[in-house]
Design a binder for this molecule. Structure first.
Ligand code: NAD
Length: 279
């Protein structure tokens, strides 16, 4: 049905950075787009730009941390396009600082957006995808922080590692059912975006770290390059999407540390190597 007119992709966090890159790439593939973000102005600007070039797109202002709004997003997608083929749970925010200096409200914001946003997406959309009885794909944006922890990013590491665990679990569950719904988890290193604008710097040590992180992200892979890799992986139904290969030694050290029961050691060079590997 809907595929005759191009698959329908729902993208959260579409107004900026990675989500915007995914939307622009999806448009080149002839997809119909349901664009979601809590930034109403940025979302409308993207939607206008895509519609002006003939893309079928709608803008749905959505806070992914609010399940009612995510259910409304699903209903808008169905009302407008009749169904959903791809769901990108992509919206996310940053928080740096010592774990114990980050306030309760700041921790809660990270849990609400980065983790509950993905949970809300899965709970609202997967029943629909299953009921459609056709192939569909869920892509959750985690991060390299979902695989390797670094200091001064506790809420980010915690939420992204939870998104990796949630994605693996969902993958196993859909396989148990033999459902035609596939899952991918996207774990990028630095990608040039506005994410550091969402960082609420609290701290003593954290401000230097957040400046380093900001410059590493600004020098990162472009969202367009990332999006091309993501859609290739989706076409291959690949679960792990790891666009930055430079992190692998850090991940190997982590696994060796766990298996050998030796204490973990963080090396800042791993983060910087990833930025270089991305160029
Ligand atoms: N940029 C990187 O280096 C990088 C690396 C790994 C993972 N990521 C992840 O990629 C995803 C996209 O981030 P980005 O780097 O493109 O950042 P970005 O700030 O450029 O874009 C994020 C978008 O999400 C939106 N958003 C934030 N909170 C929201 C909410 N509650 N509801 C709806 N929309 C919301 C913002 O308005 C923004 O448009 C995030 O999950 C982030 O953690 C980014």
């Amino acid at each position: 049905m809907s595929n005759e007119q191009g698959p329908v992709a729902v993208i959260t966090g579409a107004a900026s950075g990675i989500g915007r890159g995914l939307a622009e790439h999806a448009a080149t593939l002839g997809m119909r787009l349901v664009l979601a973000d809590r930034d109403a102005a940025g979302l409308q600007a993207l939607c206008d730009q895509l519609q002006a070039s003939g893309v079928q797109a709608i803008a749905c202002v959505t806070d992914v941390g609010d399940v009612t709004q995510v259910e409304r997003l699903r209903d808008q997608a169905v009302e407008h396009f009749g169904g959903v083929d791809l769901l990108f749970n992509n919206a996310g925010v940053m928080q740096t600082g010592f774990s114990w200096e980050i306030t309760e409200a700041q921790w809660q914001r990270m849990l609400d957006v980065n983790l509950n946003g993905v949970i809300n997406g899965i709970r609202s959309f997967v029943p629909l995808l299953l009921s459609q009885g056709r192939t569909a794909h869920v892509i959750n944006t985690a991060s390299l922080a979902g695989l390797v922890s670094s200091p001064l990013m506790a809420p980010y590491n915690v939420t992204k590692q939870a998104v990796v665990a949630l994605s693996e679990t969902l993958h196993y569950e859909l396989a148990m059912l033999g459902a035609p719904v596939s899952v991918s988890v996207l774990c990028p290193g630095p990608v040039a975006s506005e994410i550091m604008a969402s960082n609420q710097v609290v701290d003593t040590a954290g401000s230097d770290f957040s400046q380093l992180l900001d410059s590493t992200i600004r020098q990162g892979m472009t969202p367009a390059e990332l999006a091309a890799q993501v859609f290739d992986a989706v076409a291959q139904k690949r679960f792990w999407i790891l666009p930055h290969k430079g992190f692998k030694p850090a991940f190997e050290r982590r696994v060796q540390s766990i298996l050998g029961e030796t204490n973990p050691q963080f090396q800042m060079a791993d983060v910087e190597d990833d930025a270089h590997a991305a160029r």
